[in-house]
Write a protein that binds this ligand. Sequence first.
Ligand code: RNT
Ligand code: ZN
Length: 415
Amino acid sequence: MSERYFYAKAAYAALGIDTEKVIEQLKGVKISLHCWQGDDVSGFEDCGALSGGIQATGNYPGKARSAEELMADLDKALSLMPGAHKINLHASYAIFDGEPVSRDKLEPEHFAKWVEFAKERGLGLDINPTLFSHPMAADGLTLSHPDEKIRRFWIDHCKAMRKIGAYFGKELGITCVNNIWIPDGYKDTPADRLGPRQRLKASLDEILSEKYDPSYLVDTVESKVFGIGVESYTVGSHEFYMNYAAKNNIICLLDNGHYHPTEVVSDKIPSMLLFSDKIALHVTRGVRWDSDHVVTFDDELKEIAKEIVRCDALDRVLIALDYFDASINRIAAWIIGERNMRKALLYAMLQPYAQLKAMQDEGDFTGILTMSEELKFYPFADIWEEYCERCGMPARESWLEEIRQYEKDVLSKRA
Ligand code: RNT
Ligand code: ZN
């Protein structure tokens, strides 16, 4: 135990916070790490450029080009992320032995290598059907497409991925989260807002009609306010999915890049938790728009973490990361964002909520503002350092040396 930790522990103890308990609790919080930061959402199929109104900009050298490379990069990243994890996969990361299989025909065997990877490392796996970057999504419509044949293809794809998700849950003994996000929408004001939503609803009903053991598989639906090329209307809006999830007893996923710029996910968390057993998050950082920048330790991230902790909902909020930056070292991007999410959780766990809540109920807003500002200068960093040390990982920027070395030894050799 460092001397600095000793004093920091006492400072928090004076507020009634047991840092030993906090450190233990933080270790167990699972963060689902998005595989797609490793290769700019490219995947292993040869289906063409990234589409669906999302973009990874930049061309930093060394991106992973195969399952082996992506797994090696994930290992490097995980070795510098203290805490528990799941790996979040997309259907486009299926691993084929020979000929690639069409997305509507994917089977568990195409993900067997990922299960092996996860098993060896004690990780969970999450899954996402991939309804973009594909000829069948060429006009930007999938589950809401007016053409029955196109809808059928994507319904079958989603069904296939749920089966694969349930296989992950069963094999690993850790519940798999299957998240459905579709790019469907229109560039300009649509003539019919209802029809596409009726079709999406019917498609989802069919996809979810197959029942799986909820200890193996849970389903989430992710809304969006707009995307590049679908600025005027998205079929899967927040209201659509919030209502759909509530009525069908599935989980609503909130991506904090998917709302109006001054609308915050932190404020939605307690309201959602009041009515749902669980919610899911895609934690990202939107800069002006849903730009999927690397997550930083900013005010909204801290506020999101505070709401999770204040609501005593660490086991009810499924935390996943979702950003893709191709302009900097991709592994560093993973580590920076993941560490910030966990630092924000730690920061939130080190707040004296009972005291702050009592002040609110007594109308002492001077006290709340004073405390909240003073808490920013409490020795939070010393607790983080102790946490990292107990996990056997560097706390400060020295981790970057390891990444620079890896870049030199491995990434720079990738053509
Ligand atoms: C897109 C959504 C979606 C994707 C990933 C790749 O705006 O956020 O979650 O980012 O599925
Ligand atoms: Zn997302």
